[in-house]
Design a protein around this ligand. Structure first.
Ligand SMILES: C[S@@+](CC[C@H](N)C(=O)[O-])C[C@H]1O[C@@H](n2cnc3c(N)ncnc32)[C@H](O)[C@@H]1O
Length: 269
């Protein structure tokens, strides 16, 4: 499987689809805001904000005395986030590894919801998060767990391994972490770890096509990229058959497993 993340595969269609289907990330993201205790008056930085669904929820919690900024490398998603904001938060194009424009010790909360597994230089991203947080500030992320994969990824790995022509298919999110790696990432950046656990989410999809559309929109085009059309169609067909076999009363049922991690910047360094 390829480990390259491409940021130039996004399109207006994928951004629009993510706006509709990203409710799954939004719902687990609310759990992250709870874990981080985002509250009235907080200054919050949402790294990898996408189309700004969760940024909006953070802004509602931070209230008029708070301040919320979302950054994301994909201009089409930032455009949607800015439209959604209607002045209640700001959104701009930027990457987790390059927060140079953001002053030191400015934020109470920095979070990455379903983002860290896309970031190539995770230590650098966490070092920046540490720098821009006030002493006592909270950092948090949700991310795919390398050692306890999503059901969909287990199914796909089996399919991809069964066919030499599919070896280069990317399921996306190449920089997944284990809980041990999560703890090291936080402590190496200087944080005290306050939460590091797996949570499960029981998803249901109406059809195999819905699973694929959701995955492509969530991965800004990286999911199953790098396959020629003919092989992509064959893989989609086999995936469809395999997923149909899992249909239950709620539809195609797939469990997502995510690491929920939070940390605190010590009051004195
Ligand atoms: C699955 S979406 C999550 C969006 C949003 N956080 C949410 O909860 O809906 C992953 C996001 O990570 C962003 N991303 C990818 N690489 C990134 C990087 N190096 N720095 C910051 N964001 C990145 C993508 O542009 C995309 O919007």
């Amino acid at each position: 499987m390829s480990s390259n993340v491409k940021l130039d595969l996004d399109s207006a269609r994928l951004a629009e689809q993510y706006d509709r289907l990203g409710t799954r990330q939004f719902n687990h993201g609310l759990g992250l805001l709870d874990a981080l205790d985002v509250r009235d008056g907080d200054a919050v930085l949402d790294i990898g904000c996408g189309t700004g669904l969760l940024t909006e929820a953070a802004a509602l919690r931070a209230g008029t005395k708070g301040e919320v900024l979302g950054i994301d490398p994909l201009p089409l998603r930032v455009e949607r986030a800015t439209q959604r904001a209607r002045g209640r938060f700001k959104a701009s194009v930027g990457r987790a590894e390059e927060l140079h424009d953001i002053p030191d010790a400015h934020y109470d909360v920095v979070y990455f919801n379903s983002v860290i597994h896309w970031v190539a230089d995770q230590p650098r991203a966490l070092q920046h998060a540490f720098r821009v947080l006030k002493p006592g500030g909270r950092v948090g992320f949700t991310t795919m767990a390398k050692d306890v994969p999503h059901d969909l990824h287990l199914v796909l790995r089996e399919l991809i391994d069964s066919e030499p022509a599919w070896q280069h298919a990317s399921v996306g999110s190449p920089n997944q972490l284990t809980r041990d790696q999560t703890a090291s990432l936080l402590t190496d950046a200087g944080f005290d770890v306050t939460l590091n656990e797996i949570r499960e989410f029981d998803d249901a999809f109406a059809s195999a096509d819905d699973v694929i559309t959701f995955s492509q929109a969530s991965s800004f085009g990286n999911f199953l990229s790098a396959l020629p059309d003919r092989e992509l169609n064959r893989l989609r067909e086999r995936l469809g058959d395999t997923l149909e076999a899992r249909r239950g009363p709620r539809g195609i049922e797939l469990i997502r497993r995510l690491i929920f991690a939070t940390g605190r910047k010590p009051l004195t360094e």
